[in-house]
Design a protein around this ligand. Sequence first.
Ligand SMILES: NC(=O)c1ccc[n+]([C@@H]2O[C@H](COP(=O)([O-])OP(=O)(O)OC[C@H]3O[C@@H](n4cnc5c(N)ncnc54)[C@H](OP(=O)(O)O)[C@@H]3O)[C@@H](O)[C@H]2O)c1
Length: 432
Amino acid sequence: MTRSGADLRIGIAGLGTVGAGTCRLLREQAELLARRVGRPLRVTAVSARDRDRSRGLDLVGVRWHDDARALAEDSEVDLVCELIGGDSVALDLVRASLRRGRHVVTANKAMLALHGAELAQLAEHNWAQLRWEAAVAGGIPIIRSLREGLAANRILGVHGILNGTCNFILTTMRETGREFADVLAEAQSLGYAEADPAFDVDGIDAAHKLALLAALAFGGRPRFDAIDIEGIRHVSAMDIAFADQLGYRIKLLGVARLTPAGLEQRLHPCMVPATAPIGQVEGVFNGVVIEGDEVGAVMHEGRGAGAGPTASAVVADIMDLARGSVVPTFGVPADELADHPIAPLAAHEGSYYIRLMVLDEPGVLADVSAVLRDHEVSIESLIQRGRNPGQAVPIVLTSHDTTEARMRDALARIGTLPKVLEPPRMIRIERS
Ligand SMILES: NC(=O)c1ccc[n+]([C@@H]2O[C@H](COP(=O)([O-])OP(=O)(O)OC[C@H]3O[C@@H](n4cnc5c(N)ncnc54)[C@H](OP(=O)(O)O)[C@@H]3O)[C@@H](O)[C@H]2O)c1
């Protein structure tokens, strides 16, 4: 609980990109923020690993804890900001703070995607608030929008570009015609990608965010374990060029929908119309589209990471709590979070882009068409470019709507045709 009217005393765990950004914003805008919430917001205690590291922060008069977990017990702290990351010390701190009835603001999507339901329950049982605007799409106020601004809508679906590193790589590949590995190296040198990029390029980071968006959109427990995840390593410059020709952009998209088969959650490269708002989200930017039954589609776009945007979201949560706002962690009371049945990816219905590398000989296309017909997959468009008799040439097909199961079976069969020289490449098309 916080003491209304008096200073809101904030403990910040983690003084890295987000933590230091948050301290700076709270200090530099102290007057404006206090005027807006009607009380001063004051950092009273902090914790990080290395006390001697120079962080460009004025921490005079601020208590330092070597053990971040001590913030949960500090009597001079009303609200704890967990900005460490991971799910060991961070999780201990959040649990301990909530148990003591202290509000928590966190940017930690990994922790929430795995332990969100438990933490939501802990918060509610102790009359504490758990806020996490910064955990999804950084500075974009998508959580508040979904939880509050669109609260009157039944949410039909959510989809979005949730990882700026991947979007930067895919955008640069399209603009320059270069391959993934080359552009990844550039992203690393620019500081947009980590030395170990797996978390980003294999889709884990975006899937954490998708699990949280889906939980909030559909009032369920976050189910990270139930997301079908595919990253962007296999996206080639050739596929991006064909997408361009077909009027699409390739984006790493997280999609969540309640379907008759259950909750569909998938995170993979998608072709989206180049002219659609989501197709226009380029570079390190994130974009999220929410489809509400009353409002229709609403898109938010902006910076998904970095000190300023993320601190902007953290401080907005702090301000909300300073005003005494109370909302359930995932939009409905924790004890009422649904366990939606999970729709298997095989049941997904949509259209597909397929690229085959085939031997340029008569009859190849007839063989491929016969397999697709046998699996009841109908072809929407076909590109067969350049003759190169006896050599490998690409054939590109897009399908009408079909099921993932049919498409996978057809591609498994096509892959065994003698004139098909490489495993078929398949990218799902998302038109809405
Ligand atoms: N960076 C972004 O743009 C961004 C965007 C959205 C969400 N997030 C999330 O925000 C969180 C923080 O990310 P970040 O980028 O700010 O990370 P970061 O730059 O690596 O900073 C982490 C901070 O935590 C401190 N720390 C690590 N272990 C600790 C421990 N056991 N006890 C106390 N402090 C400890 C570190 O201390 P030292 O400084 O002494 O090493 C450092 O100050 C993560 O959950 C991340 O997913 C980040």
